[in-house]
Design a protein around this ligand. Sequence first.
Ligand code: IMP
Ligand code: MG
Length: 177
Amino acid sequence: MAENWSIGPVLLDSQTIQKRVRELGGLMERDYRGKKPHLVCILKGASIFHADLMRAINLELSSDFIAVGSYGKRTKSSGEVRILKDLEESIEGRDVLLVEDIVDTGLTLRYLLQNLKARGPNSLKTVALLSKPSKRKIEVPVDHVGFDIPDEFVVGYGLDFDQRYRNLPDIHILQTR
Ligand code: IMP
Ligand code: MG
């Protein structure tokens, strides 16, 4: 298949991302003071954000990982969500913070919130590095958003296209050649 895609201009550079992640860490510290937040990373896209955010929160905390079905090679959501790798630990009675890379249609987050709520956490909140408000198909509560971005497919800082570009330090727009 011909290579029709390439990485385009930088939308958010690494310095801008790091500054915002530190701010979010400060907000989480305020939200969870006196508590031990349990940071659930939604693999794989949120892995880098989760790692940076954890280090920006100066509280005793724990973390776990969950993986859900992803876009594969396409850049449009199928709307189908399934758990590919479940949490290792029970979240019953815990203060869970769901860490997501990007909220697009909202379907992934809605599914996960319903699924995790049924497991009886003490509290369940969400933080997403990015949000594309114009693409939302359903209303879903996102307690904290790093950046609202336009309707563009983006890669880098954990976000992929066909498993590529996760290692880029900046977030770029993916473009058609
Ligand atoms: P949603 O279910 O449509 O909200 O999609 C959420 C998931 O789709 C995210 O966790 C990402 O894995 C993926 N996704 C949505 N938009 C982008 C993008 O611009 N770049 C990379 N992945 C994306
Ligand atoms: Mg994701």
